[in-house]
Design a protein around this ligand. Structure first.
Ligand code: UD1
Length: 425
């Protein structure tokens, strides 16, 4: 298992290119299931989760080609679902990546049946998929849970009015994809407004789907008989960009996050400005400059356009070394404070009271050996390690590799001392 070894204390300086967005790439790869024609997808980040999704789709019979000419370290993939022979998402893959459930809607809509392993519990919370199931049932699907699998059938899905009980990102995406090939019009109310949902919708529209309102909480989809192939470029990763901005806020220095889209990062930029980061929005990215200790900020996670739960651990690392006391309230997942124990090992003063973490900033963290527990928790620990005095070793860095594209290389490019240590098995 790999770990990161970080020698803290250096400011960050230079330019970092933001990769394609994991949470947009994953549903867009699944959209290939909706047509027998080739879907060409550019700016796909080479991440472990993308690899898992590729294995899942290849296992179903999709042809996947990688364009060797693609530049900037991102992949261009051509997917074609003209010989799908296995309508199943097996337990082995779903248990490693919950986003596997995104094949359910497209499979059912195009092929009339699907067998998808029911995701189990997860490090950050229960994360049920009842809203995905309920929405598909409203569209006429017959669904039963059988031996740990979601077993779904439908002759042809029918348009429906669906109001989800809570805002769910992959739930909205699953239902939107399914509705594209349904008979009639589907309206999804209380839909997730995340930019990744809009990116998926734009790809589906390029494939011939009739979708309006994506990016708002009411999405209307007029079903069509068939979709066709398209050529689509995945949006930049706003969480990766936000992570680098938190890193410079904590470490000091000046970076240019090339490709970051300020218009999609409002809540993160507001909080970082409040904590003292000087941010210049440019057409092709974000310049961020920091000096001195950050100021503590209060943060409450919420669906977009609120502050993203996927940025919570990173802003907590900033608060850990800030002047003052900041409250971090997690409202999306019930168990997303696993990094707190580890940050305490670095000297952070954090108390948890239910869904609230009270973070009393300290002048200096001290390096220690810590353990990554989930994807974004790992990013928070990396930021803490970058400012800690001495050496911080972060174990189980495979969590980070699920969603960050060569983070250690990018940080080294900004002057940080980060190495990946391969421990013998
Ligand atoms: C997506 C993101 C993830 C992010 C999360 C919240 C992807 C691949 N992943 O995850 O990075 O942290 O949004 O922004 O895009 N819920 C239910 N029933 C359901 C669906 C959701 O109770 O059927 C609950 C969840 O347990 C959670 C909340 O709704 O408490 C939001 O979850 P959701 O938006 O669905 O998260 P994901 O789509 O899994």
């Amino acid at each position: 298992m790999d770990r990161f070894q970080i020698e803290g204390g250096l400011p960050l300086k230079g330019q970092v290119r933001i990769s394609g967005a994991k949470n947009a790439a994953l549903p867009i790869l699944c959209a290939a299931l909706l047509t027998d024609e080739p879907l060409v997808i550019h700016n796909v980040p080479p991440l472990r989760d993308v690899g898992t999704m590729r294995r899942l789709l290849a296992g179903m019979g999709l042809r996947i080609e990688v364009d060797a000419q693609a530049s900037d370290g991102q992949d261009s993939l051509t997917l074609q679902a003209n010989a799908v022979n296995k309508l199943e998402a097996p337990y082995e893959l779903v248990k490693t990546m919950r986003a596997s459930v995104l094949v359910l809607g497209p499979m059912l809509a195009r092929f009339g049946q699907a067998l998808v392993s029911l995701p189990g519990g997860c490090a950050i919370g229960q994360r049920p998929v009842d809203q995905h199931i309920r929405g598909l049932q409203a569209m006429g699907a017959q669904i039963e849970i059988d031996h740990g699998f979601i077993k779904a059938k439908a002759s042809r899905l029918k348009g429906a009015r669906i109001t989800t009980d809570m805002v769910t990102v992959t739930g909205t995406e699953n239902l939107m994809m399914a509705a594209c090939l349904a008979d009639g019009t589907t309206v999804i109310d209380n839909a997730a407004c995340e930019p990744e949902v809009l990116d998926l919708a734009n790809c589906l529209i390029a494939m011939g789907a009739k979708i309006s309102g994506a990016g708002t909480d009411r999405i209307t989809i007029e079903g069509v008989e068939r979709l066709h192939g398209a050529d689509y470029t995945v949006m930049p990763d706003r969480i990766e960009a936000g992570t680098f901005l938190c890193a410079v806020m904590a470490s000091g220095g000046e970076i240019f996050a090339q490709g970051a889209r300020p218009d999609q990062m409002g809540a993160t930029l507001d909080k970082l400005r409040e904590s003292g980061l000087q941010i210049t929005e440019q057409a092709d990215g974000i310049v961020a400059r920091a000096s001195g200790r950050p100021k503590s900020v209060n943060v409450r996670t919420a669906p977009y356009p609120g502050f993203a739960t996927d940025m919570q651990a990173q802003i907590m690392a900033v608060n850990a070394i800030a002047n003052g006391t900041g409250l971090v309230v997690e409202t999306i997942f019930e168990n997303r404070f696993m990094h707190v124990q580890e940050m305490r090992r670095l000297g952070a003063q954090i108390d948890i009271d239910g869904h609230t973490a009270v973070v009393k900033g300290v002048a200096q963290l001290t390096g220690a050996r810590v353990m990554a527990t989930d994807l974004r928790a790992s990013a928070g620990l990396v930021i803490a390690g970058l400012v800690a005095d001495g050496v911080t070793d972060i174990d189980r860095i495979y969590h980070l590799d699920r969603g960050y594209d060569r983070m250690e290389e990018k940080l080294r490019g900004l002057g940080a001392r980060v190495t990946r240590v391969k421990d013998s098995p």
